[in-house]
Write a protein that binds this ligand. Sequence first.
Ligand SMILES: Cc1cc2nc3c(=O)[nH]c(=O)nc-3n(C[C@H](O)[C@H](O)[C@H](O)COP(=O)(O)OP(=O)(O)OC[C@H]3O[C@@H](n4cnc5c(N)ncnc54)[C@H](O)[C@@H]3O)c2cc1C
Length: 415
Amino acid sequence: MSHTIIIGGGIIGLCSAYYLQKDGQQVTVVERGDITDGCSFGNMGYMSPSHFVPLASPGIIAEGFKYMLSSSSPFYVKPRLDMDFIKWAWHFYKNSTAENVKRSAPHLNNILKLSRQLMDDMRDELGDRFDMEAKGCFMMCKGKEALDHEYHLADDAEKLGLIVERLNAAEVQAMEPDVELNVSGAVLFKDDCHFNPGKLMILLKENLQQKGVQFALNNRVTGFESSAGKVNAVITDKGKISGDHFVISTGSWIPEVSKMLGIKLLLQPGKGYSHTYDHVEKNIRYPAILVDGRCAITPWGHKLRIGGTMELSGINNKVLVKRMQGIYDSAKAFYPGLKIEMPAADKIWNGLRPVTPDGLPYIAKTNEYNNVIVAGGHAMLGISQGTGTGLVVSQLVADKKTEIDLSAFNLNRFK
Ligand SMILES: Cc1cc2nc3c(=O)[nH]c(=O)nc-3n(C[C@H](O)[C@H](O)[C@H](O)COP(=O)(O)OP(=O)(O)OC[C@H]3O[C@@H](n4cnc5c(N)ncnc54)[C@H](O)[C@@H]3O)c2cc1C
C-alpha cells in the first residue's frame, strides 16, 4: 500500500483523500489550520453544473473597470506592482474571450457533471446530514436585458445536456410563495443542487478519520525533501512526514507551496464575503444567483446565507463592510419581502477563492516530480468540482486512466 500526503484540507484535499482511501491508499492530510473554517466553509454551497462558462469570459474586463472605483461594487481589482499579479492579469486579459469560453466550457461541463453524479453517491454514504437539496438553482434577473442573456445561456446549457426551465416573474413568485419578489424572471437550472458546505466538510473529515485517514493538523508545510526527481517528504513547522505521492491542494496558497519545489504557477486569491442568518421566519425555498445584482442567496430550512463579491487584492482577510452592504442591498432589492438586517461587521465571513487566469483548475502531475500532483484553482466552483477532482486525483496517483480528459487542466498552459 503506498502512502499519499495531501497538503491542504479544503474541499479539494478532503475529496482527494476520500477517493484515495476508497482506492486502498494510506492517506495523510497535512493542514496548517484545524479544518473548521476557510474558503470551503462559508461559501454559498452550490453544486452547479449550470456554471459551464469560465470566469475569464468576454465582458469581464470592462465590468472590472466599470466597478473599480466603487467601494460597494461586486468586482474589484487592486492595481499593484507585483510581478506575479501582473503576469496573472495579462493572461486573464488574454483569456477573457469568446474562444476561451468555447474551448473551456466542454471541459468545465465534464468535470461539473461528473462531480454532480458523484455527489449523490457521497450523500448516500455520508447520510442526509448536510442539508442537501436537489431542486435546482435560479439564475434570477431584475432587468429585461439580463433575463434575455440568461435565456440565451439556457439554450447553450440545453445543448450541453442540462435541464432548464425559463420562468416569468409570476411563475418565479409562485415558487417562492412566502417572500415577495421584485424580478423580471429567472432560469431554473434543474441539475444544480445545494447543501451546507461547512456541514459537509465536518462530515467528510469525520468519515475519513473513521476510515483510517490520518490528519496532521496545525502543521504548516514549509518545504520538501527530494532526490532523483522524486519528493520523499514534506517538511512542516512541526517536523517531517514521508510519503510516496504528494498532492498540493492548498487553494489560494498553491503558488506559495509549489514554489517550494521550484514550480511557478499563476493563481490569485479572489476574496468573497458572506453572512448567515440563523433564523428567517418566512424564508425563500430556492437558492438563487442574482444575476444583475451580482450576488447569491442560499436557504437551508430557516437558515439563510447571502454572499458574493470578487476582490482581487492579494492574500489578506480585510473586510470592507461596504461590499457586504452592496450584497445586502441587492438581496433586499430582489426580495423586498425578506425580513433581514444588514449584518454587523464582526459577523461578516470572508474567504479566498483560488483563481487561475482562464477559469479552469489545475489538475495534473508536475513535470518536475512525477509523484507530485497539483489540484486546485477552481475559483468560484471548488464545491461544484470537488468530488470529480478528488476522483481523478486518485486515478492520477494510481496511474489509471482518468474518468475525464484532463488535458485542459495542465500546469503548463501559461508558460
Ligand atoms: C463567497 C464565496 C462563495 C462561494 N460559493 C461557492 C459555491 O456556491 N459553489 C462552489 O462550487 N464554490 C463556491 N465558492 C468557491 C469555493 O469555496 C472554493 O473554490 C473552494 O472552497 C476552494 O477549495 P480548496 O480546497 O481548493 O481551497 P481551500 O478551501 O482554501 O483549502 C486550502 C487549504 O490549504 C491550507 N493550506 C494553505 N497553505 C498551507 C500550507 N503551507 N501547509 C498546510 N496547509 C496549507 C489552508 O489552510 C486551507 O485549509 C465560493 C467562494 C466564496 C469566497
